[in-house]
Design a binder for this molecule. Structure first.
Ligand code: ACO
Length: 316
């Protein structure tokens, strides 16, 4: 059976770091509040670069890691909620920089569930035999849509990009489930409303507690369903790579699943919530530091605006 395997990973975060102490000089907050409520210490901010620059850097690293020629890539999908333009899409900008001349290109807008959604789409297309190699990227310049005067939001987010190079293979993605509930759309919004030409409000608006409750309920249920459908026990999973929004959400998901907390790697302390980029950045870090062993079973899980959520089961 043809599955989709991740054969290379890459990531990029901009060099400028904004610490909790820096933020406490901008709004009424403190390092202690941010760390204890979220687990975040730093976030990286793209001052002089576009989303496409970060996406390209992550993509190039993934392609190098996979040792494939850019011209062999048949499909590029960028998951992003903060594109540089309404059009062309980010994937076209990456394609040009990468010289991936034979790739079909489009973007996916699914907020923090963007990477798993794009990965699921790419896997279906590879499985159908349409392409041999694909590139899936999560890239966000959240700093553009953060209101730096709103302490309830500005402490949470950061910029960055992560990518996976994919190939049709006998080992790889086993199954997935991606859900959406548009009736919860108003709980978490960001960006300008195009139909309101007078609007200058481009910022993220979030009911943090509602998002928290939604995440700790929906993510464990999605993972349990995925494992049940594949006759797997929670203990058979080697690592759970969750969207990095808040360490308390990750701990709560682990507890609800009755899973070993140590199987949930965390890097949000350094990057904050990078939305669609958080899962591939973490995946790349684990891949590069040798934490992922061939044959390990991984669950990737995302959640965010939409409301959207879901999980993917794969063999590394
Ligand atoms: N510094 C200090 N105090 C703050 C800050 C801050 N940065 N932000 C809020 N507060 C205050 C509030 O005003 C409130 O004060 P009050 O009690 O006097 O009214 C108090 O702290 C508690 O506020 P809560 O909102 O109840 O804090 P909570 O414990 O819920 O934590 C948080 C807030 C961190 C946002 C949490 O709700 C959360 O993580 N939610 C999930 C958010 C999330 O994951 N969003 C991203 C989704 S991904 C995507 O799709 C983009």
């Amino acid at each position: 059976m043809i599955r989709t395997r991740i054969i290379g990973t890459g990531s990029y975060v901009p060099p400028d770091i904004l610490t909790n102490d820096n933020l406490s000089e901008m709004v009424d907050t403190s390092d202690e509040w941010i760390r204890t409520r979220t687990g975040i210490c730093n976030r990286h901010i793209a001052k002089d670069m576009d989303n496409a620059d970060m996406a390209y850097n992550a993509a190039r690293n993934a392609v190098e890691d996979a040792r494939i020629e850019a011209s062999k890539i048949g499909l590029i999908i960028v998951a992003t909620s903060t594109p540089d333009y309404a059009f062309p899409n980010q994937a076209s900008l990456v394609q040009a920089k990468l010289k991936a001349v034979n790739a079909m290109c489009f973007d996916v807008s699914a907020a923090c569930s963007g990477f798993i959604t794009a990965l699921d789409i790419a896997a279906s297309m590879l499985k159908a035999g349409s392409y041999k190699y694909a590139l899936v990227i999560g890239s966000e310049k959240m700093s553009e849509i953060v209101n730096w005067k709103d302490r309830s939001v500005c402490v949470l987010f950061g910029d960055g990009a992560g990518a996976g190079a994919l190939v049709g293979h006998e080992r790889g993605i086993i199954d997935s489930n991606i859900y959406n509930d548009g009736t919860g759309a108003s709980v978490l919004t960001g960006g300008r409303r195009f139909s309101d030409s007078c609007s200058t409000d481009i910022f993220i608006h979030m009911d943090g507690q509602e998002v928290f409750k939604f995440a700790v309920k929906s993510v464990p249920t999605a993972i349990e369903t995925l494992l049940h459908n594949n006759n797997m026990d929670i203990n058979e999973v080697d690592k759970f790579i969750l969207h990095q929004a808040n360490v308390r959400i990750i701990e709560s998901v682990a507890k609800r699943l009755k899973a070993d907390k140590d199987k949930f790697p965390v890097n949000l302390n350094e990057y904050g919530n990078t939305s669609s980029a958080s899962i591939p950045i973490l995946l790349d870090e684990l891949n590069r530091n040798g934490s992922l062993k061939q044959g390990e079973k991984l669950v990737l899980a995302g959640f965010g605006a939409g409301l959207s959520w879901g999980s993917i089961l794969l063999v590394w």
